[in-house]
Each structure stands twice: as structure tokens, then as C-alpha cells.
Design a protein around this ligand. Structure first.
Ligand code: GLC
Length: 587
């Protein structure tokens, strides 16, 4: 049972997750071996890597395959997700490679000690990120959301799950996995473990908190962790995305370090199943997408994303796929794996078919007939063409497309949400054609979506009557500000990863250059305002950690694209089994 107050206090006793000693020793040995190798004290082994046509190639120094092999222990030992020809043309430039190896070779050291000069913004970012590290009884367990001394902290002094993801990736890419492992373990201990209590803002069993805070308890003379599942958050919004990010991060940690034993422990297996049981449980819903309340993810205020927001659907899909790769079939594992498989199939079909919008599809919707009955209906959700907003007709290029914000009965939210589209690419929820279409759209509508500061969290903005109706007159979400068409630097890591996967590195490079030109001078704002993202956000925090970490991850990935392997998923053949549109109803 949770305590009566609305913060869950974890007692010191409950905070030690027991991992068998044999596991710990094995992983430590692996990590030591990897660090030695990364630091050049051990030679990189020549290994064989499978190409897509099934042939094996010997790796050579300086070759793309070599770069792939060197970037992580996991990749030395396990089959790669991206085969070598997936990464054609992704060879890092010589100058960037030297930067990458310098960073890889200086785990835990101050980057400023390096002999060659990396970009000053990069150096500044590492310093800021290290300052943001939060410790629990001396052990690094996460990073604080923002360290802006000039603003009221509110809950920005907490470790947010979603905010920690880019920090974690930066540390993993720099061969510093311990903080990530500690976070994953602490998160597991914080996972909600009680039955849902309707009247107490309490989430059901399996939910992960939005954030946690480490506080020194002077009466007990030690640190305690306080978790917030949304019961203290502004608007009491429940974080549906936290559990998904935790699963995604667990896979990233395993791939990056080669430590698969952590995910295999009974505690972690149970944690994964609990997150997914909550999402796969039966209700009245007939769609394979996940039904959510407003403000349930990065957009954590009322913004009209209730229903089936693309951000959650993409993360749900990605978490299901990551879990499928980590769950053991033992015990009740097989049953869960079967449920995952079934849901993945229906979910991917639904999103690829009904959320996708390009010029052709827009024209189809524009000509929709309404009031169709039975499973043969073309306009399945009875969307009334008059509800199509005017802006979309000019915005939609002849080439390109995207997944729209939301689809439900008589409702298509045509807004473009960046995070959901990037995660759809990374998880291969987007088909290769859709992946290319999203990239085309970014190129065609660069000024609107990137402008002077990457990237628009949502496009376009809501104004006047639509703003008051949708946001409830939220003064933080005024036009072209914050979640309402603001520009969020953190999105650069997702965009860069998506660009690399879609083989459009040049686009990411252009965006990073824009960001790099001013973000450190502006003191790492949380977001920018204005149609072009020219102004530092009205209420933006400075030294926002995920702006810092997002930039670092983007830089490191662009420098060494093989880092993509820890976060991206290959095309899923099973999920692309041919289906016809109406067939989705027979699941
Ligand atoms: C804001 C953002 C949310 C983020 C939090 C901490 O509430 O909307 O996505 O997690 O700040 O940075």
C-alpha cells in the first residue's frame, strides 16, 4: 500500500536490489575488459561481421565495419541489428573519428584534458552534463532535469525518466555504463507494486514514475528517494511513457555493454512484464493503439493529445519490440511473448495504415464519403472532410508524408509531432517508404520544422479559439511557445538517429550546425519560441540537462553512426506480414 501522503518514500532497506554475485563479477569482468580495450590497452579483435547477403567479411582498420566493431562491447559479441550494408555511406569523417576515439578513450575523465581540440560547445556540454549527475548515497543514479539557479525549481530538481534517456545514451556512448545500470535498478525498485486506487491519483501495478528526487533525511542521516507517479505533478498527469523508456533503455544498456544478464534476472523480467501487462490488459477499447489521457508523455500539459497520441503509440511499439528481444519464454514468459506478437502485428498495421498522411492520402480523406457502415467502409472512423484544417493543404508537399498526431472516431489530429515520428523511424514502425517520406517532408518543410533552432515539438501552433479550447487557456502554451509549436533542442538526438537510419546524415548535420551555433551561448535552454524558434523560450529553464545530453548524443552518433545500433531496431519482417486494411478488425 502506498503511504497516505502523495509522495512515495522508499526506505533504505527496500533500495537494494539483489543481483547474484556471479552475475556481478561476470559483468564487471566484461566491463573492465571493454574499458581496457576502449582505452587502447587491449587490442581490438578482428571479428567477422555478417553482411546482408549472408557473406562474412574480415574487418580492416579504418573500414566501416571496424568502426562498427569498435564502438561497443555488445557489438563485438552479438549479431548486429543493422547489417553492414544498412550503413552504407555512413563512414565518419577522419576529423570526427579522431574526436570519437578521444572521447571513447577518456572514460570518466575531463574532456578538456584531451590533447586535440573538440568543438568548445561539445566540451561545455560534457562539463554541464557531469554537473547534473544525481547521487544516492554516493552512487550516481541519474541526472537532474535542469540546473537553472535563476528560476524556481518546481520539479526540475528531479530525475525525470524521459529526460534521463539522452543522458544515459551519452554515458553509454562514452563507455560509462554504471550510472545507467544504477538508474535501471533504482527505477525497478520504484515501479508501482500496488493495486490501483481510483480516488487517490494512484496508478496501477507496473507503472513507472515520471520522476524521482533524492533527498537527505537528516533525522535518519541518509538519502531517501521520493518518486512522483504524477500524483504531485502539475495537472496530475500520469506518465505513460516512463515504463516504455525504461524498457528501451534497458535494451540500449544491454546492447552497448554486452551485459545481457541484468535484463535476464527474475527481477528485471518481472519488471518488463508488469509494464506490459498494464498496457496489454483488456478493456473496452477496440483499437490496438493505447488509449491515453492528455499530457501523458513529453507533452505533459493539456494540449489535446488525449486519445491515441502518436508519441505513445511509437514508444509502445518500440518497447514491445525491445521487450520481445529480452523476455525469456520460461514460466509465464511465453504467454506474454505471444500477446506481444499479436499486438505488434495489429499495432503496426493500424499505425501504418490509418495514421499515415501524404499528398495522396490527404486527397483521399478530402474526398471521403461519410456515414459508411460495415467492415467494408473506406472512411472507417467516419472522419468528416470539413474537419480538415486549412493549413494542411498548403503544408503537404507532393513528396513526403508523416504520421499524424492522433486518430479516433471522427477525429484526425493533423498536427505533426516530431518525437513520435522519429521514434517510428527508429523502431521501424515506419516502413522504409514511410521513413523516406518523413525525411522528405523535413527537407521540403525545413523552414517550418527546423527554422533557426531544431526542432518543432509540434507543428503548427494552436491560436485564438483553438488555443483556448484545446489548452484550457494555458499561458505557458501560447502560440509558437513551449509544447504549442515551440522548438526543443533535445529532439536533435532523435532526429539525428532517425536521419542516420534513413541514410540522410546530411540533414542531421545541418540541424546540428544550427543548434551548435548558439545553444551554449544561450545557456542550454529547455526550448525556444517563435515561428522560426528564434527566441529563447519565455519560461524556458536554462542549463536544461536533456538539451545538453541531446546535443552530445547527436554529435557522437553523427561522428560514429554505429552508435545507432544501441537504440535503433531493424525492419521487423513478422510485423510486416501482408494485410488488407479491413483485416485489422479480425484480430
Ligand atoms: C516539462 C516537459 C517534460 C519534461 C519536464 C522536465 O514538463 O514538458 O517533457 O520531462 O519538463 O524537464
Amino acid at each position: 500500500m502506498p503511504p497516505a501522503n502523495n509522495m512515495f518514500i522508499v526506505t533504505p532497506l527496500s533500495l537494494d536490489l539483489v543481483i547474484p554475485d556471479s552475475t556481478r563479477v561476470g559483468v564487471e569482468q566484461q566491463n573492465t575488459h571493454f574499458r581496457e580495450r576502449a582505452a587502447g590497452r587491449l587490442p581490438w579483435q578482428h571479428s567477422h561481421c555478417s553482411t546482408s547477403d549472408g557473406q562474412h567479411q574480415q574487418q580492416h582498420g579504418g573500414s566501416e565495419q571496424n568502426a562498427l566493431t569498435q564502438s561497443g562491447q555488445g557489438r563485438l559479441q552479438h549479431t548486429r541489428t543493422l547489417s553492414s550494408d544498412n550503413l552504407d555511406g555512413l563512414l565518419p569523417s577522419p576529423s570526427m573519428r579522431s574526436l570519437a576515439s578521444m572521447i571513447a578513450e577518456t572514460p570518466r575523465s575531463d574532456i578538456s584534458m584531451m590533447s586535440l581540440e573538440p568543438h568548445p560547445t561539445f566540451v561545455d556540454a560534457w562539463r554541464c552534463l557531469r554537473r547534473a549527475v544525481v547521487r544516492f548515497r554516493g552512487v550516481a543514479v541519474g541526472t537532474i532535469a535542469a540546473m537553472d539557479p535563476s528560476e524556481e525549481a518546481l520539479n526540475y530538481n528531479q530525475v525525470f525518466f524521459r529526460d534521463f534517456v539522452p543522458s544515459a545514451l551519452a554515458f553509454l556512448m562514452n563507455n560509462e555504463p554504471e550510472i545507467v545500470k544504477n538508474f535501471l535498478k533504482k527505477a525497478l525498485l520504484l515501479q508501482s507494486n500496488w493495486e490501483k486506487r481510483i480516488d487517490n491519483f494512484t496508478l496501477g501495478k507496473g507503472a513507472m514514475p515520471a520522476s524521482f528526487k533524492v533527498q537527505f533525511d537528516s533525522t535518519r542521516s541518509h538519502d531517501v528517494i521520493m518518486a512522483d507517479f504524477g500524483e504531485s505533478a502539475i495537472g496530475r498527469v500520469a506518465p505513460v511513457d516512463s515504463g516504455f523508456w525504461w524498457i528501451i533503455l534497458l535494451r540500449a544498456y544491454s546492447r552497448s555493454t554486452g551485459d545481457h544478464i541484468l535484463a535476464e534476472t527474475p527481477e528485471f523480467q518481472r519488471g518488463i512484464k508488469l509494464v506490459l501487462s498494464l498496457c496489454l490488459s483488456e478493456g473496452f477499447d477496440t483499437f490496438p493503439t493505447l488509449l491515453c489521457a492528455d499530457g501523458c508523455c513529453m507533452v505533459d500539459r493539456r494540449m489535446g493529445i488525449y486519445g491515441y497520441p502518436i508519441e505513445i503509440q511509437s514508444l509502445f511499439y518500440m518497447a514491445l519490440r525491445c521487450a520481445r528481444g529480452m523476455l525469456s519464454p520460461e514460466g509465464d514468459g511465453m504467454e506474454m511473448l505471444e500477446r506481444i506478437e499479436k499486438r505488434l502485428k495489429a499495432l503496426s498495421f493500424h499505425i501504418r495504415s490509418y495514421f499515415w498522411l501524404d499528398f495522396e492520402q490527404l486527397n483521399t480523406v478530402y474526398r471521403y464519403k461519410t456515414e459508411e457502415y460495415s467492415h467494408t467502409a473506406v472512411n472507417k472512423f467516419n472522419v468528416i472532410p470539413e474537419s480538415i484544417p486549412n493549413w494542411i493543404f498548403d503544408f503537404m508537399p507532393m513528396k513526403g508524408g508523416y504520421f499524424i498526431g492522433n486518430v479516433s472516431p471522427a477525429r484526425m489530429d493533423f498536427r505533426l509531432f516530431c518525437l513520435g515520428n522519429c521514434v517510428a523511424i527508429l523502431s521501424s514502425l515506419a516502413t522504409p517508404e514511410q521513413e523516406a517520406g518523413i525525411m522528405d517532408l523535413f527537407e521540403e518543410r525545413w523552414k517550418d520544422l527546423v527554422g533557426e533552432m531544431p526542432l518543432k515539438i509540434a507543428y503548427p501552433t494552436l491560436e485564438s479559439h483553438a488555443w483556448s479550447l484545446t489548452t484550457g487557456c494555458d499561458p505557458k502554451n501560447t502560440r509558437w511557445s513551449y509544447h504549442n509549436g515551440g522548438s526543443w533542442p533535445v529532439l536533435i538526438w532523435l532526429f539525428t538517429a532517425a536521419c542516420i537510419k534513413a541514410r540522410r546524415r546530411h540533414i542531421a548535420s545541418r540541424a546540428i550546425e544550427l543548434l551548435e551555433a548558439r545553444i551554449a551561448k544561450d545557456q542550454w535552454p529547455e526550448y525556444y519560441d517563435g515561428k522560426l524558434g528564434r527566441y529563447v523560450g519565455k519560461q524556458a529553464r536554462k542549463f536544461q540537462t536533456w538539451s545538453i545530453a541531446g546535443y552530445l548524443v547527436a554529435k557522437m552518433m553523427l561522428d560514429d553512426p554505429s552508435h545507432l545500433d544501441i537504440i535503433a531496431l531493424d525492419d521487423d519482417v513478422k510485423a510486416t506480414a501482408p494485410m488488407s486494411r479491413s483485416a485489422s478488425w479480425s484480430f
